[in-house]
Design a protein around this ligand. Structure first.
Ligand SMILES: Cc1cc2nc3c(=O)[nH]c(=O)nc-3n(C[C@H](O)[C@H](O)[C@H](O)COP(=O)(O)O)c2cc1C
Length: 306
């Protein structure tokens, strides 16, 4: 059987394979080292970072639903300084791309945050979260406003001019292509889609919402059809490469995203059920691709017949 070359290069980023971990579902990376070799991954996107540490939202902030999960963590994180000082040096960033996911409340603050990464050789790219539904300030508000997306992207681009800028889009909009175009206009190199879908879960006995925040972000298998649709729309309409996210846990899921145009994928909620899933996906993609007779992923990407 032919061997499949899984390396991918797009938007200024070169990855040994197209498997990344999704922000907020893989800690700061090291938490998952007992379950596999981090250097096997194409890259890892760390938990969303803000200028100052954040405690996040009150508990309960996770709820299970029949085929997905709701969360309202609220970007709990150690803050950028602690990350750069205590976490990043322990990551195998020379072998595997480490991508920082940024969260801030204004374009200026996004710029300040991005500036702190400009000289960091351990961080390969920045992923800008303009799409978190779980925070009162910024977050979803940015994600729904194209002019804000453009301003935030431009601020990040300006303060960190040499690293690829990935803008992570929200599906909670009428037309995701409008949001993607705004990111492109702001100078994004790559788009990633999708973040979670706003949802809620309630308890008929207690008459209470299952999340203290009442609403949260839905992720997992339930959102894959939405993710596929968004990636397909973006890849057709815009010249920027797209990273597919949403409900990915098998090689088949990953190849579905590539078929609709994704250059790489991120594994999110699946890691909560099976912490080794991202690691196993690398070989599973190779095997599935080879069984389909592919010699590279480039020839398969975007080849959906409609
Ligand atoms: C518990 C949890 C925390 C998350 N935190 C972040 C975050 O900090 N920044 C971000 O951009 N996305 C965050 N996300 C969204 C995921 O990165 C991903 O976009 C989403 O879960 C869809 O992928 P999935 O269905 O594979 O989980 C979080 C998701 C979950 C479930």
């Amino acid at each position: 059987m032919a061997t499949l070359n899984t390396s991918v290069s797009f938007g200024g980023l070169t990855l040994k394979n197209p498997v990344l971990t999704a922000s907020g579902t893989f800690g700061y990376g090291l938490e998952f080292s007992p379950y596999g070799d981090l250097t096997k991954l194409g890259g890892l996107v760390v938990k969303g970072l803000s200028l100052k540490p954040r405690e996040g939202n009150p508990m309960p902030r996770i709820a299970e639903t029949p085929c997905g999960m709701l969360n309202a963590i609220g970007i709990q994180n150690v803050g950028v300084e602690v990350f750069l000082r205590n976490k990043l040096p322990l990551l195998p960033w020379r072998e595997t791309a480490v991508i920082a996911n940024l969260y801030a409340c204004s374009a200026e603050e996004f710029g300040d945050l991005a500036g702190l990464f400009a000289g960091e050789e351990g961080v390969a790219a920045l992923e800008v979260n303009v799409s978190c539904p779980n925070v009162k300030e910024g977050g979803a508000a940015f994600g729904a406003d194209p002019s804000q997306i453009e301003r935030v992207t431009a601020a990040v681009r300006k303060r960190c001019p040499k690293k690829p800028v990935i803008v992570k889009l929200s599906p909670n909009v009428t037309d995701i292509v409008v949001a993607g175009r705004a990111a492109a206009d702001g100078g994004a190199d790559i788009l990633s889609a999708i973040n979670t879908l706003t949802g809620m879960a309630v308890d008929v006995r207690t008459r209470k919402p299952r999340l203290a925040n009442v609403v949260g972000g839905l992720s997992g298998p339930a959102v894959k059809p939405v993710g596929l649709r968004c990636v397909w729309q973006l890849a057709r309409a815009l010249p920027l490469p797209v990273i597919g996210i949403g409900g990915i846990s098998t090689a088949e899921d990953a190849l579905e995203y590539m078929l609709v145009g994704a250059h790489a994928v991120q594994v999110g909620t699946a890691s909560f059920m099976r912490p080794d899933v991202a690691f196993t996906l690398v070989e599973a993609i190779e095997a599935l691709g080879a069984s389909l007779g592919l010699s590279s992923l480039d020839e398969y990407r975007g080849s959906l017949k409609t």
